[in-house]
Write a protein that binds this ligand. Structure first.
Ligand code: NAG
Ligand code: NAG
Ligand code: NAG
Ligand code: NAG
Ligand code: NAG
Length: 428
């Protein structure tokens, strides 16, 4: 008979399909996080793209994850011997150790404090976001904005959820807006050590920024970002976001304490980042080197996607960089990326802060079933869970097939054949 054969085949296919998808998923997850699978690399070497290949190797390699990232800015002679984050921690009498995320996430008590939380209360970071699109502001408010010690949004729009500050001024330049904004923050007089300015299409990673800033003394002058040189003037480009220390904010507020001074400080639109650098330079403050020890960048005016796979590095962002970016796309301690859509902001936040993969055998998070289910009982459980059928102690292959078929259909062609035969073969 045709049909019983088909039924067998189809039951097998369902089982095979699930198994196959699981295998692929396992493979992909394994590859993305542990990454040494040769099949994955082979398929790419066919593209003959050496850069892509080496990038992929870097992305999927786990080897240097324990290495301390050392920022060039720490080499500042002012710091003396305290030139790494580790030494700074030691000075603070703080000891770190690797914690078991399985225990931390799923265990019953949380005795240890996460390093990022500790940094959050020891390196005070104020975030200033210039808003054009409310939706983006809202996505920041719900994601990385929560990890700043204070956050200010400046813009013209209104939103019931996001406290956007409208300065109610007739602005003559974008410099004036920046100037009024830092005056506002200064007068608000909240505790802060550092100030990061960004546009609403920027994702900031406050944890990584605090790591970079921790060994630096905020009572000294610092001006950090992605610096390029234009008309002989090095400045940190607004697209990548930039940071100033409290000392610098004080000097700016002193220099531009009122609206008249703000207005005369710069007259062209979209040049506020350049004007800022010009005024800072007049006080002897210049952009610092924010690359890591491999000369990889940390402040990025591009999306991660473009940095990894898409950017043609011919623009002035690259060619006029004061501290040229070398090696792979980005430092593992990157601080900013461009993110143009709210959905992406949420997605990246999920990947950064919520998704966790337990690599080792875990005790709490991925516990085995206390007693293994014998193979011959799996179908009974399936029937109970899927169809609430508990009374069937024994069931024929045909009946089993019919039950599943009533819920799940197969590919169209097979289904047509089945439908044609159904009248003939139906039991009873
Ligand atoms: C600084 O480091 C150098 C060599 O690493 C060492 O000789 C010197 O004693 C250190 N100075 C202080 C004050 O720790
Ligand atoms: C900020 O507030 C403190 C008290 O909280 C005060 O002593 C200080 O003068 C204030 N500074 C400014 C600039 O208003
Ligand atoms: C920071 O720098 C100031 C001088 O600007 C100095 O008095 C202070 O001791 C420094 N703080 C630390 C923790 O090094
Ligand atoms: C499952 O079936 C039993 C009777 O066999 C019924 O009492 C129960 O409400 C059903 N549960 C669901 C979730 O349909
Ligand atoms: C289940 O039913 C089949 C016939 O459909 C029969 O051969 C078999 O012995 C039965 N098994 C049990 C455990 O009842």
């Amino acid at each position: 008979m045709y049909l019983p054969y088909f039924k067998l085949q189809s039951t097998f296919l369902v089982g095979f399909g699930i198994g196959f998808i699981l295998a692929i998923l396992t493979f992909i997850v394994h590859d993305a996080f542990n990454g040494t699978s040769s099949t994955f690399e082979n398929s790419l070497s066919n593209t003959n793209d050496a850069r892509r290949n080496s990038l992929l190797k870097w992305l999927t390699s786990d080897t240097r994850n324990n290495e301390e990232i050392i920022m060039q800015v720490w080499k500042d002679q002012m710091l003396g011997n305290k030139s790494t984050y580790g030494q700074w921690l030691t000075d603070k009498n703080v000891r770190t150790n690797n914690i078991d995320m399985d225990f931390y996430l799923y265990g019953s008590t949380r005795e240890q404090e996460l390093e990022s939380d500790w940094l959050g209360s020891n390196v005070q970071l104020t975030c200033v976001v210039f808003v054009k699109k409310v939706k983006l502001a809202k996505s920041i408010w719900n994601t990385w904005g929560k990890r700043c010690n204070n956050i200010y949004f400046f813009g013209q729009e209104k939103d019931p959820e996001v406290p956007i500050i409208n300065l109610e001024l007739k602005l003559v330049s974008s410099w004036q807006l920046l100037c009024e904004a830092f005056n506002y923050v200064w007068r608000d007089n909240k505790t802060m050590d550092w100030l990061v300015f960004s546009k609403d299409d920027t994702l900031v990673v406050p944890e990584n920024l605090r790591y970079m800033l921790a060994p630096l003394n905020h009572t000294r002058d610092y001006y950090l970002g992605h610096a390029v040189v234009l008309w002989g003037q090095p400045y940190n480009v607004a697209d990548a976001g930039y940071v100033i220390s409290m000392a610098v904010l004080g000097k700016l507020a002193n220099m531009f304490g009122n609206s008249e001074k703000c207005i005369t400080g710069g007259k062209y639109w979209k040049q506020e980042d350049y004007y800022l650098a010009k005024h800072l330079a007049s006080m002897g403050i210049f952009p610092s080197d924010t690359r890591d020890q491999y000369l990889r960048g940390t402040f990025h005016g591009y999306s991660l996607q473009s940095l990894l796979w898409g950017v043609v590095k011919t623009g002035s962002y690259w060619t006029r960089a004061l501290y040229p970016i070398q090696n792979e796309c980005c430092s593992l301690m990157s601080v900013t990326f461009n993110v143009g859509e709210p959905d992406k902001m949420y997605t990246l936040d999920y990947l950064l802060h919520h998704l966790y993969i337990i690599k080792k055998e875990a005790v709490f998070g991925t516990r085995r079933a206390p007693t293994a289910v014998p193979d011959e009982d799996v179908w009974k459980i399936a029937l109970k869970e899927e169809f609430n059928i508990t009374h069937l102690k024994n069931i024929s292959k045909d009946a089993y097939y019919e039950i599943w078929h009533s819920k799940y259909s197969e590919p169209g062609q097979l289904m047509t054949k089945n439908d044609q035969r159904k009248g003939l073969d139906k039991p009873n």
